[in-house]
Design a protein around this ligand. Structure first.
Ligand SMILES: Nc1ncnc2c1ncn2[C@@H]1O[C@H](COP(=O)(O)OP(=O)(O)O)[C@@H](O)[C@H]1O
Ligand SMILES: [Mg+2]
Length: 418
């Protein structure tokens, strides 16, 4: 029998293609951001007033662009450098607070994140938003602090908040804190075109948010090549990546070739291909080197529309995931475009039983489905031609269902600590 320590040892000794695999993680913040210099410059020009005349204006910037074009990473890097410079060059205490609105989906949760970001200790419960915001502002006045708050994936929040709550958040300094020194500024990041924002905000509020607009364009093949090579140098051992492998990714994903132009998808592909090359080498089936053939092999499993929903799936609860898996299985098995919610619920119960989770009740299930629809993961409709009775039908048209199911299983594993 092979002893445990020899198994571990031989695994540790197994050849690896990566030097720092974490650099391929979607949340990894790189040191350099090639091809986003213009956007950083624009951000700096909009926020200049904050260090030159602190307290005079509350700046709002809206950032739009599709998934994977660097909206999150660019604002995070900008925020951390800008707040550092504000202090070291201008003596302005400026906090940068980045809030993921996929995760924080209520006004109170957003306010709590701002509070935490400022490092305040203050009880969370039992305060009306107005009092809560007042306490935050008083703290900022007392400690002479300013803040840039980024509401990332703000479109998710706009679908979730009531009109009053949205007004509260967006018009803080004009309605609620009128006449006070303006200590808080905002960056709103939205994923799609402006249409979706206008659909959920009324015109007046939309104009309010869109005064300073930065649009992040999808990347071209050449731009992706630079981004990928940066990442190769950080993540892979020297000399293990073939130039052609990077070329294949850049050409396939570049917007100039009809690709999505998403750095996220390009990096996922690089990672997946690297894993595959490493696996083959360990099996003794090839050199420890990432080649174009490895990229081509994994390409069909890295679907851009799946990469887009992956980010959303990561913030979903186990029960959302189980429901989505139930729907995906049924859609796959039946080959239909839509399945009835009742059938999905039944399958969901089975899946819960399989993994020892207590299934949630009917009302909750309906809520989860509506939530998935609001997040843009599934589509629902109320009735179907040629079928009697009224029911809710669930569909999913983003990407191959097999890939979706595989990703859900991975997520369930992570969530449940398998
Ligand atoms: N210009 C760039 N240089 C280096 N990495 C980038 C660049 N743009 C995007 N990325 C990387 O691509 C991935 C997706 O970027 P992200 O900021 O999450 O996109 P978005 O928020 O627009 O969906 C992240 O891993 C990010 O680090
Ligand atoms: Mg993002």
């Amino acid at each position: 029998m092979v002893s445990i320590d020899s198994i571990i040892e031989s695994e540790l000794r197994a050849p690896t293609i990566f030097k720092n695999e974490a650099a391929l993680d979607p949340d990894y913040v790189p040191e350099r951001l090639p091809h986003r210099e213009e956007e950083v410059k624009l951000l700096a020009s909009y926020f200049k007033a904050l260090v030159e005349a602190p307290g005079e204006v509350s700046v709002r910037v809206l950032i739009t662009g599709r998934t994977g074009v660097g909206k999150t990473v660019t604002t995070k890097l900008f925020g951390s450098y800008f707040s550092e410079l504000a202090w070291s060059r201008y003596g302005v205490r400026l906090k940068y607070i980045h809030i993921n609105c996929q995760k924080h989906r209520s006004l109170s949760s957003v306010l709590r994140e701002i509070k935490n970001g400022l490092g305040m200790s203050f009880p969370d419960r039992g305060f009306a938003p107005r009092d809560y915001a007042e306490a935050i502002l008083e703290y900022m006045e007392r400690s002479d602090t300013y803040a840039i708050v980024t509401l990332d994936d703000f479109d998710q929040l706009t679908r979730q908040l009531s009109r009053d709550e949205l007004f509260f958040l967006v018009r803080l300094y004009d309605d609620i804190f009128r006449g006070r020194r303006k200590r808080m500024s905002f960056i709103y990041i939205i994923r799609f075109g402006l249409g979706s924002l206008y659909a959920s905000l009324d015109e007046g509020l939309g104009d309010y948010v869109t005064r300073n607009l930065i649009t992040f364009k999808p990347y071209t093949s050449n731009q992706l090549r630079t981004i990928l090579w940066d990442r190769v140098r950080e993540a892979f051992r020297e000399g293990t990546v073939d130039e052609g492998a990077v070329d294949v990714i850049a050409e396939a994903i570049g917007v100039n070739n009809g690709g999505p132009g998403s750095a996220r998808t390009a990096i996922v592909l690089l990672h997946r291909a690297g894993k595959y090359a490493e696996y083959l080498a360990r099996e003794g089936k090839g050199p420890l080197r990432l080649l174009p053939m490895h990229v081509r092999h994994v390409m069909p499993t890295v679907d851009d529309s799946l990469v887009q929903v992956q980010e959303i799936l990561q913030s979903l609860s186990v029960h959302h995931l189980l429901l989505l898996k139930a729907a995906a299985q049924l859609l796959l098995e039946t080959g239909e475009a839509f399945v009835r919610i009742g059938e999905v619920e039944e399958r969901y119960r089975e899946l819960c039983r399989e993994i020892g989770e207590r299934p949630r009740g009917h009302t909750k299930v309906y809520e989860y489905v509506m939530d998935l629809a609001r997040r843009g993961v599934v589509v629902t409709k109320k009735s179907m031609k040629g079928r009697r009775g009224r029911s809710t039908y669930i569909g999913y048209n983003a990407s191959p269902l097999e890939g979706l199911i595989r990703f859900i299983d991975e997520q369930l594993g992570i969530r449940r600590g398998w």
